[in-house]
Ligand binder design. Structure first.
Ligand code: AMP
Length: 541
């Protein structure tokens, strides 16, 4: 017997309709590429998203056609999120930090028909345009006056976004779409092999938005002012542009200005209560907070994810400024949020050190995400907080297959293998030890490079740390610590190694420290361990 409730499909356009109807005057503030601060609201965003939809109709784009973006976090990108997906096309956000050859490969693989770009990325467009023959329209996200003549001459079929929208009627009815229809896509950063396309649906996106807004996830409400530092070109800014419309909160977009001073002043002036980003971004903001000896006035909590949040960073926010840290884990393949670390009542009674030990885990799953930890033969390991194995996940916003990969689905009996090596405790708190390709196995036992890095980050002379496996005749592999010192700081290898005593088992302590000027980072801010290992090995011969 079926239930007798309305079979109303989930649709991204409904989010912006809702926000415009009930929170129409709530502000959307953007630092623009043009340099100024722009203010609009949900009601105006809805109107302009509909013009985007009409513009795509006028270009002859069919339902399901891909529209690429190379853009910062800003209101125009936000309009494209709704106008493109709401009209049945697929929004394909490209990461401008990738090499132009990779961008060309991704544009052609996704078969993008239109490419919308911020003027910052005009040089990329000029470099790739002739190699992307299927793109019918290049759209500069500015008014016609901001497009230089040389660009106009170099890129065929170049249009101004503002001119395109001005020519459209805002009177538009969103099409009825099947909830499993594709809505947007994002390619994995692909440190090895070609990037892989993850194709999200209206259903997966709306369910994910509901889930991340929950109190034990990011706890969003209409009274928040949210600043996503995480880029809208990296897994849909972790779903915040959708969850914000779902609750009707104020949004503050930082555009290209991601340094600590710019973020501080924008957060301070706009009353930002919640912000989300990767650890490297927070180093800049914390630095600024130290200089000003205060936090941005209204800031209550930050979400840290993408890489592990060191205890020193969590303590700096919480103990220094009363800003709550929520540590989260996810992947492009998971829309992306899988786990978020919030404490349970029983943790509140714990001594500070033990409470911090919980907070440095990547947290427990939000409803909808199922987890398992398995050994090398795929057998379940106990969730005892000690057994180390690969993390498998399952749920309605987790990938089933990659877009036109030409390979079998990555799923194993319906579970997606994350490639992360973890422990899970009885309450479901996950501790990420490593990516499987970065693990350090010494004498047959795991050493967590993330734990080693987090401890180094707590040393006052350390700006950045990475721990990599080095081949060893006796133990197979031993950890080596690679460190970038803070400007003007001095510290010797012996002092850093002594810093580990009493904090980890003796055999976890790295065999040596190598001081470098910089550690290579990938397009999404993660340490490129394979490149680092190559650099170290090249320096050793
Ligand atoms: P991406 O798909 O580029 O977002 O990368 C996903 C990967 O980033 C995960 O599989 C993890 O290896 C890593 N990651 C994400 N969040 C965290 C975190 N909080 N701590 C440690 N690693 C993380």
């Amino acid at each position: 017997m079926n239930g007798m409730m309305q079979a109303h499909g989930l649709n991204i356009a409904d989010l912006i309709e809702f926000a415009a109807r009930y929170h129409g005057d709530t502000e959307i503030v953007s630092r623009r590429v043009e340099g100024d601060l722009h203010r609009t609201n949900y009601a105006e965003i809805l109107g302009r998203s509909k013009r985007v939809a009409r513009a795509l109709d006028s270009m002859g784009l069919a339902v399901g056609d891909r529209v690429g973006t190379l853009a910062w976090n800003g209101y125009r990108h936000f309009e494209l999120y709704y106008g493109v997906s709401g009209s049945g096309r697929v929004l394909h956000t490209l990461n401008p930090r990738l090499h132009p050859d990779q961008i060309v490969w991704i544009i052609n693989h996704a078969d993008d028909h239109v490419l919308c770009f911020d003027m910052t990325f005009a040089p990329i467009v000029q470099a790739v345009a002739s190699r992307c023959p299927r793109i019918r329209h290049w759209v500069a996200l500015c008014d016609a006056g901001h497009i230089p003549v040389e660009l106009q001459q170099a890129v065929p079929n170049l249009r101004s976004y503002e001119a395109l929208l001005a020519g459209q009627n805002g009177d538009y009815a969103w099409p009825e779409l099947e909830e499993n229809a594709a809505s947007s896509m994002c390619y994995t950063s692909g440190t090895t092999g070609n990037p892989k396309g993850v194709l999200y649906s209206h259903r997966s996106t709306v369910l994910h938005a509901y889930a991340i807004a929950l109190p034990d996830a990011i706890n969003l409400s209409a009274r928040d002012a949210v600043l996503p530092v995480v880029p809208m070109f990296h897994v849909n800014a972790w779903g915040i542009p959708y969850a914000a419309a779902l609750v009707g909160c104020k949004l503050v977009f930082p555009g290209p200005s991601l340094d600590g001073a710019s973020l501080f002043s924008l957060m301070d002036a706009e009353g930002v209560t919640f912000a989300a980003g990767v650890p490297t971004i927070w180093l800049g903001l914390l630095n600024q907070m130290q200089q000003q000896a205060r936090k941005p006035a209204a800031l209550q909590r930050v979400l840290i994810g993408g890489s592990a949040a060191p205890a020193s960073m969590i303590a700096a926010f919480q103990d220094g400024y009363g800003v709550e840290v929520r540590h989260a884990w996810g992947m492009t393949e998971m829309s992306p949020v899988g786990t978020v670390c919030t404490l349970k009542n029983k943790h509140l009674e714990l001594p500070a050190l033990q409470r911090m030990a919980v907070q440095t885990t990547q947290g427990r799953p939000i409803f909808g995400v199922e987890l398992r930890v398995v050994d090398g033969d795929g057998k379940d390991l106990p969730c005892d907080g000690r057994s180390v194995g690969e993390l498998l996940v399952k749920g309605p916003w987790i990938v089933e297959d990659y877009y036109q990969s030409g390979k079998p689905s990555p799923l194993r009996d319906g579970w997606f293998p994350t490639g992360d090596v973890v422990t899970i405790d009885p309450d479901g708190y996950v501790r990420i030890m490593d990516r499987s390709k970065d693990v350090i196995k010494s004498g047959g036992e795991w050493i967590s490079s993330i734990d080693i890095e987090n401890i180094a980050m707590a040393h006052p002379a350390v700006a950045m740390a990475a721990c990599v496996a080095m081949p060893d005749a006796k133990w197979d592999e031993r950890p080596l610590l690679v460190v970038v010192k803070k400007p003007g700081a001095t510290v010797a290898q012996e002092e850093l190694l002594a810093f580990y005593e009493g904090k980890v088992a003796k055999w976890w302590i790295p065999d040596g420290v190598r001081f470098v000027d910089a550690i290579p980072l990938g397009a999404t801010g993660k340490i490129l361990k394979n490149k680092l290992r190559e650099q170290i090995q090249a320096a050793m011969v």
